[in-house]
Design a protein around this ligand. Structure first.
Ligand SMILES: *Cc1c(COP(=O)(O)O)cnc(C)c1O
Length: 457
């Protein structure tokens, strides 16, 4: 072996840390389709978006051409508290698999919020503060995004109002209380604090809520309170931009040792961690400088890439948000109640959707019991207790490494390990009790929700 002995963890010094986010859209020949105003059918203007989102974030959202956005010093200082995130050579997993493949993973779970979402939360909170706003509103389902945003707002002294899907609010008390530690106010949704919440409560008393409803409440509160804007933790172009820090750090670290991955793998919910991890690699691919196999991994119970349609759709079930052109299962699609592994968004980032559509990346779907098995296999050799979402990428990486074992190829695999599973022990418990199945939607289920796509000419 001629390669330098590579350490278990490759760190970067503060000087080596990225100073700018990379905007993948700058290198895309076919740009992602614009957001559309469902009322007018025309592309959303900056002005329309600025009623809901922070001004500077709108500029980032709409900019398809600027390749690099300098990371403000204040954000870089915050990043230094928990970044660089570890890039680990999975020697123990390789040994256990007896594979000639070389496996690396980028672990985003070693901050208190427990996932990569903090990378964008701090950026979004920073621009809100810089604009002189009093606070931001958002929704959270399982709570990772709400927790990350609460931390970022707590740090900057910004008010943070989180609408948390009621069943999660009741069933996930720990995440709820972590948000409160960081000073956020957490309201179970639907609530009687908004018009839309009161309407839903009157219509469906006793409902346990949904993400779509929580989004509608958070957007209403931001729109009706001066000094407030709404923020979102995935899907949007700006979020992928901020998450490029994951891929940029990975690439700098691997370059130090002359390592070039053959395969880059990430789990895909709304696409933010995957879009961030692959950014600099996909950039090289788009510019024709290098080639990589890039694989998105999604749950078989919510298969937007592998079984969805590339079309304009609403981002939320409440249909208050702009239309986005993306791979979608339809905004009325709801994954099986049995589904515990996260990644339950019906659509996908429009950037990744366009890249997938144009053949720059692959997608696979995996089933839930297999991902929990892979999670435990990984935990026992590498030590880290992974989030179920992250375990989709683990499983795909193991599958690729096993293929190398059959063919004898020494491929280098990089995957994103997006978070820790400490707050997912109820899901692990259900797995241990054998209560999880791998319910997959039928073609009819998907056709039914796709039949309700909005018409866009
Ligand atoms: C939110 C989340 C995801 C999925 O979101 P993306 O926007 O697709 O990255 C994956 N893993 C963890 C741990 C998360 O919290």
């Amino acid at each position: 072996m001629s390669e330098k002995k590579i350490p278990y963890k490759i760190y970067l010094s503060e000087d080596e840390m990225p100073r700018a986010w990379y905007n993948l859209r700058a290198d895309m020949k076919v740009k992602p389709a614009p957001l559309i105003n469902p009322g007018t059918g025309a592309p959303m203007t900056a002005q329309e978006l600025e009623n809901v989102f922070c001004t500077e974030l709108v500029a980032q959202e709409l900019d398809d051409d600027t390749a690099f956005f300098p990371i403000p010093q204040e954000i870089r200082d915050f990043y230094k508290m928990y970044r660089p995130s570890p890039l680990v050579r999975a020697y123990c997993l390789e040994e256990q698999l007896q594979t000639p493949a070389k496996i690396y993973y980028k672990f985003e779970g070693n901050n208190t919020s427990g996932s990569h979402k903090l990378n964008s939360a701090i950026a979004q909170a920073y621009y809100a503060k810089k604009q002189g706003l009093k606070g931001v509103t958002t929704e959270t389902g399982a709570g990772q995004w709400g927790t990350a945003l609460a931390m970022a707002c707590g740090y900057l002294g910004l008010d943070c109002q989180v609408y948390m899907v009621k069943c999660s609010y009741d069933q996930k008390p720990f995440r709820r209380e972590v948000m409160k530690v960081y000073g956020a106010s957490v309201t179970p949704s639907p609530s009687d604090t908004t018009n839309v919440g009161r309407k839903i409560l009157a219509e469906f008393p006793g409902t346990t809520g949904s993400l779509g409803c929580a989004i509608s409440e958070a957007v209403e509160v931001a729109g009706s309170n001066p000094g407030y804007r709404y923020v979102l933790g995935s899907v949007l172009n700006q979020v992928l931009l901020h998450q490029s820090i994951i891929g940029l750090e990975s690439k700098i670290a691997l370059d130090k040792y002359g390592v070039k991955p053959d395969i880059v793998i990430g789990c895909a919910g709304g696409g933010s961690n995957l879009g961030g991890l692959i950014a600099p690699f996909m950039g090289e691919k788009l510019r024709g400088e290098a080639d990589y196999r890039i694989i998105a991994v999604e749950p078989a119970s919510c298969p937007s890439f592998t079984r969805g349609k590339f079309a304009y759709d609403f981002c939320d079930t409440g249909k208050v948000c702009p239309l986005s052109k993306m791979y979608t299962l339809g905004s009325s699609f709801i994954p099986s109640a049995d589904h515990a592994g996260g990644l339950r968004f019906h659509g996908m980032s429009s950037i990744l959707s366009q890249l997938y559509h144009d053949g720059y990346m692959e997608a696979v779907s995996v089933n839930q019991t297999d991902i929990f098995r892979a999670a435990e296999q990984f935990a026992r050799v590498e030590g880290i207790l992974p989030a179920p979402e992250s375990s989709h990428a683990i499983l795909a990486a193991i599958n690729e490494a096993n293929k190398c074992k059959e063919t004898g190829e020494e491929k280098t695999i990089l995957f994103g390990l997006t978070g820790t599973g400490y707050f997912d022990m109820v899901a692990y418990e259900r797995f241990h009790k054998g209560e999880l199945s791998s319910a997959v939607p039928t073609d009819e289920d998907i056709a039914k929700s796709l039949a309700r796509l909005p018409r866009v000419d």
